[in-house]
Design a binder for this molecule. Structure first.
Ligand code: GN1
Ligand code: MG
Length: 360
């Protein structure tokens, strides 16, 4: 443990209303935006302390209010379950000593604390069909249970987050300022962006014309944000930072982006990157079992397109950040964002080769 980090975390910990002592910390480094730590405490439960990136999120108190409201809603919807079970299926936020659901350091950093769900597992890639199926059930159930929550009560934490036109305009701005070196390295990916442009705006057009209903969506449904228990049963959807109003396609598609990728989203060896159709079918089965009655025929019809669209939007965003010299996502090496973008484009290619099977 780094002594400075230890000192900072134990101080932040002491600002929260929790009747136990700080023992040790471990960084959980899977996210690309926030800093997340698992804190071992003297009395159970252990907790998660998270510093929210206020460069990315402009209204952190609003974001935390969103998360707390959604957790409270889910807790009510699952009130028939014993508390011990409910507490493993829904995130519980712990307030600070002043009663606020976060602690704001003098330096401006915002922290929030959650109960750590014991004996839970996360994956970066899916190992088998059963996990894909459970992932689908959990995302479907999240959407189903939040479908009666008034999405207009949620603030838009990142305006136009999944808006394709907006992501294209950011990409075009990046093209203007990118270095010749990076433009050259990303030549093929830039060409790909233009190739898919029209098709990748279809969902947004349907949304804008009112044909796809807006509702509460999670907006970051990658596999790493799904907790499983020791028997690989889906437990809880975590990282609710980006819950906002959206369309089911965002969550259906973004989950597939990682669940059906045979490699991690930043695997460099593209030969390892394939779209796993068996996992797609298993995921879709689980998803529909939970939410089918809550979907319109138009929503259903466009689920396959949502997979391609969400893979594409991440390819585009990683590429844009690469052209901007890595100002948004955390990166571990020089071309990390380019690797991520290439990986997502390879996944789209593999998706396209299997489209006939995916549509049915
Ligand atoms: C970011 O930080 P993390 O891993 O929760 C990003 C998502 C991307 C994801 C790609 C606020 O999420 O949109 O899908 O990286 N979150 C934000 O792994 O931009
Ligand atoms: Mg996130």
């Amino acid at each position: 443990m780094n002594p400075e980090v230890l000192q900072q975390l134990s101080f932040i910990f002491s600002q929260f209303n929790i009747g136990s002592d700080f023992i040790s910390y471990k960084e959980l480094a899977s996210g690309h935006i926030n800093d997340t730590y698992l804190i071992a405490t003297s009395k159970k439960p252990d907790v998660i302390l998270q510093r929210i990136n206020e460069g990315v999120f402009k209204d952190v108190p609003g974001l935390i209010k969103n998360k707390v409201m959604i957790s409270e809603h889910l807790q009510k919807k699952l009130s028939h379950l014993p508390k011990s079970e409910r507490d493993r299926k829904v995130l519980t936020f712990i307030p600070a000593k002043d009663g606020l659901p976060f602690y704001n350091e003098k330096s401006g950093n915002y922290w929030n604390m959650m109960v750590y769900i014991e004996d839970s597992i996360t994956y970066e890639t899916v190992l088998n069909e059963a996990i894909a199926y459970e992932g689908g059930k959990l995302i479907g159930s999240f959407l189903n249970l939040t479908s009666d929550f008034d999405a207009t009560l949620l603030i838009e934490v990142i305006p136009k987050f999944h808006d394709m036109t907006f992501r294209f305009s950011q990409f075009e701005d990046a093209l203007k300022i990118a270095s010749p070196k990076r433009l050259h390295s990303a030549f093929q990916e830039i060409k790909n962006v233009w190739k898919y442009k029209n098709e990748m705006h279809l969902l947004q057009q349907l949304k804008e014309s009112g044909k796809l209903k807006e509702r509460v969506t999670h907006n970051d449904t990658k596999i790493a944000n799904i907790l499983f228990d020791k028997n690989n049963k889906g437990l809880c959807v975590i990282d609710t930072d980006t819950v906002m109003s959206g369309i089911v396609h965002y969550d259906f598609g973004d989950a597939i982006r990682t669940i059906c990728n045979t490699a991690a989203e930043d695997e460099k060896n593209l030969e390892k990157v394939h779209f796993n159709i068996t996992f797609y079918k298993a995921y879709k089965k689980g998803f529909l079992e939970e939410i089918k009655d809550n979907l319109t025929p138009t929503e259903l019809e466009h689920l396959p397109l949502s997979a391609k669209t969400m893979i594409f939007i991440m390819a585009l965003r990683f590429l844009t950040d690469y052209l901007n010299n890595d100002i948004y996502y955390k990166t571990d090496f020089e071309d990390h964002n380019l690797v991520r973008s290439k990986n997502q484009f390879k996944l789209i290619e593999s998706f396209e080769l299997q489209l006939n099977e995916i549509q049915f």
